[in-house]
Design a protein around this ligand. Sequence first.
Ligand code: R5P
Length: 314
Amino acid sequence: MPVVSGSIDSDLAENLANNLGWEHHRLIARRFPDSEAYVRVPSKSIEAVRSETVVVVATTFPDEGIVEALLMLEAIRDVRSGNLQNLEGSGPDKLDDVGPGIFLAIPYFGYSRQDKRFQQGEVISAALIVRLLARHIDGLIVLDIHAPSVLDDFEKPLEFVSAMPEIATHLKSTINPDFILSPDKGAIDRASEVANLIDCKFSYLEKTRIDAHTIEHKPKDLDVDGSIVAIVDDMISTGGTICKASQALLNQGAKEVHAACTHGLFTGGAITRLDEHVNGVHATDSVSRNPRALVSAAPALARGVKNLSKRLNL
Ligand code: R5P
């Protein structure tokens, strides 16, 4: 099967293709001078895109990713349906419709945190993004999505995958932590999975978010005196959650504190802030070009693609 990408997650898509032993095809994806996106399936990839099920690697972060994802999916849908008519007159105008067979692999599902209507009149952004993508695809693989419930109404084949096994292996071989901390209740499942895989102690904090930049943790006694601790979360954005949790750990005698996550967004000076509060930051490459991408997200996505293919007998 071909793995296809645009301009954003090309390296990750290539790694995914290598992991699966498949071909990687890069679509032509660029911007017009006014910043609008342009996408084209190059002639050399048309046969591959039509021959088998296609795995499209695309992200919904940053916003440009959403438009690029939609354009890529539409371009591939056109090519697969045999609609090749073009003003240049190159190639055949029309071929057979090869039918469904577009899987979308989303390394980081942007907008997943606006998964509820917290205030009257708000848009549930995550649900809108799901609806936009759903009409173009026949299957979905999504990595460490913040709230899986946003896909409750998604009616097509779906695989949730997690990079926690790879994060555990990486942490074990680099810092060998004695203790894993979940910085809030929402990350308990993911962080405890890492603790189980490493076979070390685990606890969690209770967090209240005051606003995008301010959070509070309920005080808690943690058995971390002299320990190397890794705080494990699904994502790091401003770094506020990690910095607060790290302070609590250091106050209670932790020897080293590290931060680990799948999605390294690192917004608004997060790296500088984190460097002042923790000994190391370990993220995957689910968000492209993040400066702490030390773990590949490709094996996790490959598991999802394989599971989906198996379920559908492909
Ligand atoms: C929220 O529940 C998430 O799991 C993360 O804890 C949060 O998004 C991290 O954001 P920040 O780095 O801005 O504190």
